[in-house]
Design a protein around this ligand. Sequence first.
Ligand code: IPE
Ligand code: IPE
Ligand code: MG
Length: 245
Amino acid sequence: MSQKKIDKDNLPKHVAVIMDGNGRWAKKKGLRREFGHKAGRKAVKKIIESCVELNIKHLTLYAFSVENWNRPKIEIDLLMQLLLLSLKDELNNLNKNNIKFNTIGDIGKMPKKIFDYLIKVKKETKNNTKLTLTLALSYGGRNEIIDAVRNISMKVKNNIISLKKIDESVINDHLYTRHYPDVDLLIRTSGEKRISNFLLWQIAYAELYFTAKLWPDFNKKDLFKAIISYQNRERRFGKTSEQIK
Ligand code: IPE
Ligand code: IPE
Ligand code: MG
């Protein structure tokens, strides 16, 4: 029988979300895309609160991909402005709720003002322990792998790592997400069923959950639904069903 309530003993350790559909949400309402992004901010707040409530330890949100730099400048500027506003608004809340803030991606590409603020928020929340909230910003999964390959190659060249010692854990230790558990549950909103260059290595065995809900409409109930769906699946990791039971 499938369970209908969240089982607190079987929570995903790491939830990752591709927050998609802001533009379509606005368009459906006859509004400009910027209103979708603004509404999306509220959904972000709700999801963070729900993860705290549920005691989920890692939440990683795809907020801006490397590919998103190809959008019209006016939209990029707006997204950056909204990001700065959110960071300023939320710093106190992050500390109040014991949330550690982190980013993955090439934030050196972000405007200096934002870069500095990101560093500030990371520094001022670094001792928090309830939830690690990670924003993927200027993030690309392939870039992350390229960076790891470069760093590992350098260490091999300098005899810090021997070629024979390169294994999964060495790769893990050179990703932006080092020290994070693998993604257990990956959620994508807006009905698209693709990964869009997100956490390519880390989702190797993630359970995927796609919903047609557009990101600004995604709420606590939807998160609960995704988690219940996750909990109703049998994660076999290559084994047989009998071996799991
Ligand atoms: C997701 O919404 C937010 C970002 C990618 C920054 P979109 O802006 O991609 O919305 P759609 O996909 O056009 O509806
Ligand atoms: C993925 O959404 C990136 C983020 C949610 C930040 P996109 O809307 O950019 O993805 P594609 O290009 O449609 O795959
Ligand atoms: Mg999109």
